[in-house]
Design a binder for this molecule. Structure first.
Ligand code: C2E
Ligand code: MG
Ligand code: MG
Ligand code: MG
Length: 285
């Protein structure tokens, strides 16, 4: 039956890890209960300008405070939600909540500062589901958030399922001004020609290519990604920046934006507002 198939899929999708009999905890009923009980919450990680240190936006990252399992990381439960059919209900909550917070930020931001965007991760199934783009835009309309302040993060793997629905969602979103970011760039299997076929706005350098920059060592992949982004006219954001040395290396090569523990861990919306929107001085450098 359906449950059996879901569990089998859960075992395959667990990012190299073998996930056994854990699939049940992310069933649609469990996720609905968890949402009702307030077990899910979002943290936001600032995206900063590498030169000024000011936040240009933040990425929404979901967490699950499970009553018996404790704090479960998204890398563990997102694949289970995808496999068990609960991703849509969770994804809708993430979108609604992220856009509501970004609408708050817009109201709180000083009038003389650039507005900040919110980045939302899309899973493969969400992106391939009819109505995904329309749902994002409906939430923008409801909250008054301009779609231009929303970024949807997709991975090369998500785009691998290049169905008509994926293309339609991207077209609807971009048509309304939403930006599309390629997450974890360089870790998937897409070819360069494929990259130029997709309508993209942002390349995010995967944190693994930033982590190798240490004690004078270069990152050829990060270097190439920055050049590629410039050639294609895309914005480039480095992920996982943890040291000033990495930040400096990236700045020198023309990378404009970054995320990482050097600037901030993912934090509750209130803390993001307090540290990055109200008291800008807390931002580095
Ligand atoms: P991602 O979108 O590539 O997010 C970046 C991950 O790197 C986050 O892990 C973040 O906490 C972590 N990170 C940020 N800065 C640093 C740093 O300086 N050093 C290190 N070592 N790590 C850093 P997190 O929050 O555990 O999320 C993992 C993945 O789960 C995300 O990768 C994303 O693919 C997925 N995810 C998170 N939230 C959602 C969501 O709402 N929907 C979907 N579909 N996927 C999500
Ligand atoms: Mg992301
Ligand atoms: Mg990433
Ligand atoms: Mg990732």
């Amino acid at each position: 039956g359906r449950a059996g198939k879901s569990l089998f899929e859960a075992q395959r999708v667990g990012r190299g890890k073998i996930v056994t009999h854990g699939g049940y905890y992310a069933s649609p009923a469990a996720v609905r209960d968890g949402l009702r009980n307030g077990e899910f919450f979002l943290h936001f990680q600032p995206v900063v300008d590498l030169v000024t240190g000011a936040a240009i936006g933040a990425e929404a990252l979901v967490r699950w405070q499970h009553p018996t399992r404790g704090l479960v990381p998204p890398a563990e439960f997102i694949p289970l939600c995808e496999a068990s059919g609960s991703m849509e209900v969770l994804g809708h909550w993430v979108i609604r909540e992220s856009i509501a917070r970004a609408a708050d930020w817009r109201r709180l931001r000083r009038w003389d500062r650039e507005p900040v965007s919110v980045s939302i991760n899309a899973s493969a199934r969400e992106l391939a589901s009819t109505g995904y783009g329309a749902y994002v835009l409906a939430e923008c309309a409801d909250t008054g958030l301009p779609p231009g302040l929303v970024r949807i993060e997709v991975t090369e793997t998500d785009l691998g399922t290049d169905t008509a629905a994926v293309r339609a969602n991207i077209r609807i979103l971009r048509g309304a001004g939403v930006l599309i970011s390629m997450d974890d760039f360089g870790t998937g299997h897409s070819s360069l020609s494929r990259l130029t076929e997709i309508d993209l706005d942002v390349l995010k350098i995967d944190q693994s290519f930033v982590a190798v920059i240490e004690s004078g060592r270069d990152s050829p992949v990060a270097d190439l990604t920055i050049k590629l982004a410039a050639t294609l006219g895309l914005q480039v954001i480095a992920e996982g920046v943890e040291t000033e040395e990495q930040a400096e290396w990236l700045r020198q090569r023309g990378c404009s934006f970054a995320q990482g523990y050097l600037y901030s861990r993912p934090v509750p919306s209130d803390e993001f507002v307090e540290r990055f929107l109200v008291h800008r001085s807390a931002a580095r450098p």
